[in-house]
Design a binder for this molecule. Structure first.
Ligand code: SAM
Ligand code: SF4
Length: 334
């Protein structure tokens, strides 16, 4: 049972109970909006958290009130010893979940089920093999689609499909994605394209919340696009088309930020806290942890110093690509 006084509360009163933990900077895909074309500047191997370090550091977060851990990356399933990490973290008193590109998910579904890991967020930006190849630079569409359907067919899993929308790249697939939810128990989430190092972000390339809703209404009819309940701390605004089995949602970090209810902390694969996706600063936990120091005061301070909105950038600062001096997304863990 968590001691309420230990909950990680920032200076804006937000309680941080959700850790997004990156297991690796490596990936088996090369999504152009995530990994810079010239490749990501990977940390030296000795700077990446080892298996026991991930587990011990995660325990410190749990002691401080974290109740949910989502594993991410890079691609978490390509991490060495991922099975051992999953087994150890599943033994903690948290809801453990996974964000994956699903390329090798079939190999892990039985293990995830055994460990009670039911919440899967799967990235898929296209419902077309050629376009998938253009975005990911890998010819793995069939594998990913097969694995999504494998997970969807098993009632144990709750599957969300994340699609980052970019103008001229996949905005023409919005209706296809929504149509896909007609007879599938899938939750498609459209994510507004966000700025990170090396991804050529520009406001004009983004597909906004309003544009997505309007495409849905135009195709399915305004009266059939139903707004459904969001859960507390949800980053998405949720919808269902009348009669559809699945749902769709929009994560509009850029045009409608949800910072006021943010409860997320990020820990990078090299053991640094990012208290916001867009924070320009990081707190190194791994070096002091290796030196035997108590890292809990560092965690508390990192949370306390979190800005009210998007790393301290107001709307106009945020929309200027020149203001984003950050890691690339693959090195953060979305
Ligand atoms: N490899 C896993 C995957 O793709 O699901 C986990 C890591 S990936 C960095 C986590 C999420 O970040 C994915 O859903 C991906 O689409 C999202 N993402 C990456 N770059 C992004 C960007 N520039 N804007 C918005 N979302 C982004
Ligand atoms: Fe890899 Fe996920 Fe980034 Fe694509 S979005 S390059 S799958 S980490």
């Amino acid at each position: 049972m968590t001691n309420p006084s230990s909950i990680l509360t920032d200076s804006h009163g937000r309680e941080h109970t959700y850790l997004r933990l990156s297991l690796t900077e490596r990936c088996n895909l090369r999504c152009t909006y995530c990994m810079p074309a010239e490749g990501a500047d990977l940390s030296p191997k000795e700077h990446i958290m080892k298996t026991h370090e991930i587990v011990e550091i995660a325990k410190q977060f749990v002691d401080l009130g974290v109740t949910k851990i989502r594993l991410t990356g890079g691609e978490p399933l390509v991490r060495k010893n991922v099975e051992e990490i999953l087994r150890s973290l599943a033994a903690l008193p948290v809801e453990l979940s996974l964000t994956t590109n699903a390329v090798i998910l079939d190999r892990y579904l039985p293990l995830l089920k055994e460990l009670g890991i039911r919440y899967l967020n799967i990235s898929l930006d296209h419902l077309d093999a050629h376009r998938f190849l253009m975005t990911t630079l890998r010819d793995d569409y069939d594998k990913v689609m097969h694995n999504i359907l494998l997970a969807e067919a098993d009632d144990f899993f709750t599957v969300k499909v994340n699609a980052v929308l970019i103008k001229g790249i996949n905005d023409m697939e919005v209706v296809d994605f929504i149509r896909w939810t007609e007879d599938k128990n899938l939750h498609v989430r459209f994510i507004e394209f966000m700025p990170f190092d090396g991804n050529n972000w520009d406001m004009s390339r983004l597909v906004s919340f309003d544009e997505i809703v309007s495409a849905a209404m135009q195709h399915f009819g305004k009266e059939n696009v139903l707004r459904i309940d969001d859960r507390p701390n949800d980053t998405s605004e949720n919808f269902r088309i009348r009669g559809h089995k699945g749902t769709f949602a929009i994560i509009s970090t850029v045009t409608r930020p949800f910072c006021s209810t943010c409860n997320r902390i990020r820990l990078t694969a090299n053991g640094r806290i990012k208290n916001c996706l867009f924070s320009g600063t990081e707190t190194d936990l791994l070096t002091p942890f290796r030196a035997g120091a108590d890292i809990r005061p560092l965690i508390k301070n990192a949370i306390r110093s979190k800005h009210a909105v998007r790393g301290g950038m107001d709307d106009s600062a945020f929309k200027n690509p020149g203001n984003h001096h950050n890691r690339s997304m693959i090195l953060i863990g979305g």
